[in-house]
Structures are given as C-alpha cells and as structure tokens.
Design a protein around this ligand. Sequence first.
Ligand SMILES: Cc1ncc(C[n+]2csc(CCOP(=O)(O)OP(=O)(O)O)c2C)c(N)n1
Ligand SMILES: [Mg+2]
Length: 552
Amino acid sequence: MDINGAELITRYLERQGVTHVAGIPGGALLPLYRALDDSRLLHVLARHEQGAGFVAQGMARVSGRAGVCLATSGPGVTNILTALADAKADSVPLVCIAGQVPRPLIGTDAFQEIRTGYLVDSVTKAHFEVRAAEDLLDVLPEAFRIAESGRKGPVVIEVPKDVQTERLKIAGLPPPTRPDPALEPDADAIARAVELINAAQRPVLYLGGGVTAARAHWRARALAERAGLPTTMTLMALGAMPYDHPLSLGMLGMHGARFTNHAIEESDLLIAVGARFDDRATGRADRFAPRARVIHVDTDTHELGKLRRADVTIEADAAAALAALTEAVRQQPRRQWHARIAQLRREMPDDLEGIDDVRRPAGLVAATAAALGPDAIVTTDVGQHQMWAAQHFPFTQPQNWLTSGGLGTMGFGLPAAIGAALAAPERPVVCFSGDGSMLMNLQELATLADLQLDVKVVVMDNAALGLVHQQQQLFFQRRTVGSLYQQPPALCAIAEAFGMPAIDLGATRDPAMVLGEALRQPGPMLIRAPIATDEQVLPMVIPGRANTETVH
Ligand SMILES: Cc1ncc(C[n+]2csc(CCOP(=O)(O)OP(=O)(O)O)c2C)c(N)n1
Ligand SMILES: [Mg+2]
C-alpha cells in the first residue's frame, strides 16, 4: 500500500483499537490532522494541550489501555509536559504524538522548534525521535508496548512535519501490539513470603496504585480474606478493598484515619503490593511500621528496597504474585489482632463531623455519593477537596477513582473527568474540584460543553488555596501569604458563559434537594458549593513526623 507517514499513524492507531485522540492542531501536525479526517478516530479538541494530556489520562485510567494525545511542536510540547509528568508519577499509559519542524530545519532555531527529546526525557518512560516515515513501522508498536507493559507510563513520539508527508510503500500495517506477558513471581521468594505471613502475629496488607493498575484488587481481597489480613490502601489504591469490607483499614498516611496509622505502627509484618513507600503514605520513613518485617511486591525492580529495606522482595506483576501467595498461605482467623484493631478503632473513631450536612465538606461528598450510586467515576483536583473526597466517598472499585497522587497536579480533575466519560459513556462522572484548581484548566469547560458528556463538576469554593492555607494556619504561624483570594470569581456565571448549566448551592434554602436534583439531571453541570475558609482536613500528620503524631 502507498501511504504517507501521517496516514500510517492514523491507520495504525485504528488497528491498535484507539478510538479517541485528544489534542490541538498546529503547523507541525497539520498533515496528521489531514489524515485524521479520513480515519475512524474521533478527535477531541481540547483548549490547552495540558487538558488534552489529561483527557487522554482519564481515558487510560478508566480503560487500562494507553490514551493518545497530540501536541504540536514547541509550545504544544511545553504545554503538555505537566500531563506527561503526572502520567509518569502515577504510572498511567499514554502515547503522545508530538509534531516537530521539518527535518532540514531541525537544529536551526526554526519557528516553534524545541528540543523535545531533551525536555521530555525525565518525565516519560521512553521517547522516539522519528527521522524517516518507515521508522514509524517499528516505533508505533514499540511505543504502545512500552506504555502498556510492566509499570505503565507515558511515551512520546516526535514526528517532523516532512516525515508526516513522506510517502512510502508498505506490504501491510504492523499488527496491533499487546503488552508484554506479566512478570511471574519467583517460587522461592513466594515460599519465603508465605512463611513470614503464616508466622506473623500482626500483619498488615498495604496496597498501592500498582494493584489498581494491574486490576488485581479482587486478588488482593482473596489474599486478605484467606490469611485474615487487615488491609490499608494508599490514596492511589482507594476502592481496592471496598470501604465497608470488615478487613478494610481505609487510607494510611498524612490524612489517613488515626487508628489505621496506629495499627501499622503496631504491625509486625507489612505486605506491600504495588506501593512505593511514598512520603505522604509513610510519614517519617524511619518511624514507619518500626517493628515490621517487610514483603515488597512490585513489577518495577527500582522500587524494591528504594526507600525501605525489605526482608523478601518479589519482582512480579501484582495479580500474579497475589494469586501465588493466596494459593500457598494458611487460612487464619487472627482473632486477637482483629480485636486489637477494633479497639484502636473505638479509641480513635473516624472524624465524621458534618457528614449529615451538605454545607460541610464531608456531608457534600457523602450526599454526592448517595445521589450518584456505586457506579460513579470520581475525579478530583488537588487540595483539601481531594482529601475530603478520599476520606468520605464510599469507594468499592479502584478504577472508579482518578486522582493525581504522585505529582499532585492542580487542574487534573476536569479534563480527566472528560476522558473518563468518553471511556465509560454509560456511567455518571463527578469531578470534585476546588476554586483554585478549577482555574488551572478552566478552559476545558468549553470542551465539556462541546461534548455534552454526563460530567458533574462540584467545586468546593472556599475562596482559598485551602490546603496551603491550612498548613500556614497550623505550621507557619498563621502567615497566610498567597493563599486567600481577594476577589473570588463568579464560577456559575463563568460556566454559563462557556455554555454549561450551573447551580449555586449557596443561593438556595434547600441545598440537599437542589444538589440531588442537579446530580440526577443528564449532561454537564457545574455545582458551586460554598465551603467555610477555615474548614480543615483532619486528621493531619505533622509534616516531618511519624504517622502517629497528628493534629486531630
Ligand atoms: C499546579 C500546582 N500548583 C501548586 C500546587 C500546590 N498546592 C497544593 S494544594 C493547593 C491549593 C488548592 O486550592 P483549591 O483547588 O482551591 O483546593 P482547596 O485546598 O481549597 O480545596 C496548592 C496551591 C499544586 N499542587 N499544583
Ligand atoms: Mg479552594
């Protein structure tokens, strides 16, 4: 067949099963956009390349397959960097196709020329600088293989404009790519881990985002139930164990429940699966689970022993390792340990203040969850609202929870919600945002209005960069520099100006009823929820201290 480089890209993406590409056109990508018009691929026109990157992330986090985004050379690439870095930090599979100036101009400071490879190197799993159309035959499958194999992540393919128009004759398209087979665990390591689990008196299963990424949550539940393991989750793994499961300890770390952090403090064995001992989860590392031996399961060998020495390391896919452990461990009721945890839970009950009042953060999250039901997909931005959603939304499925955990990127929530709704059009999607984060990718309201997706954006408006404000109040002598807004924007009027309906819970006498009605209405909606500026996310581990030292 006789095609050009751009057509080769679109034909391959179709073959690979890609349905949507999110991006913004520009000079260096126009041949590819010409080819899109002849393809079955649906183009999602974002309003900023960072938004396009997060739309692709939303699709990827829900579907488990690589999301695809497009950015033109120069400013398109610099704009999309944050979304790539975010995908790297949270191990989200992405393929970003970036334009580049024509080959003869590379290295001449041409219009919109940038050294893409140099820029993206530290925030991607791999990047390819294509210099001939026929190289795409190898690069395209390889990019998807790398993005979706092992520890997933973002890959950039840089394609000069004249490579997109270069004609070539090919016998056929490369076949679609499958990820590499999952890494199987070493039998000796499993045997040593099983011995430790069987002998432990106070074990805790510690699940991270790797369990969600591997869709291994049901295997984690099976192991926990067989071996009687109380189970805690990082922010990234919420839902891996349903919130109301008797073995669930909920979230650990900086804003985790106190009894959870205390249970970990008392544990004699930590079984970490797809978790990387991030400082937000561990608090002061040398005081995290100080009496515990450690079994560490991860598909990425660089994580094993990186922050905490492990007694047994298992380099393997989470699902495969959990299956092998479940098959071999002894069934144990562990009544004493469970009784001790129940006692800790009674002594340090969850802070449920405001849970029945939609004008308070906890109540707003709980009422939203009740109205949307268990199938809802939740995205968040970054700040207090993110932590309130994490603490109070009753998660039962980890792939329903999309949050920027590793990089903590304000502006993630809205475009990720758009991507989630594209990947799962039959499901309700809600984005919990903050008045600060909302402004970081506000322009994507236009994308949402175009697409008319069933996405509700609940903005907790506290006229503040609340999480920063809280830390200044607690730890910086109340010097609230730069965290309070003088002139809060009229968010509902803004949404309406973008062509979206909006309601203000602050302008009604019955916010609970209005909220429920708004959430049940199909299509997009912005819901403004005024929140008192002095509301705090509690408990909170004092920065730099052990997880048991909290403000609460
Ligand atoms: C892009 C980016 N810039 C700065 C920060 C630092 N930061 C973390 S939370 C936060 C405040 C977020 O404010 P808002 O979205 O209103 O959420 P709130 O905490 O008020 O609920 C800031 C500035 C960040 N996480 N991301
Ligand atoms: Mg705020």
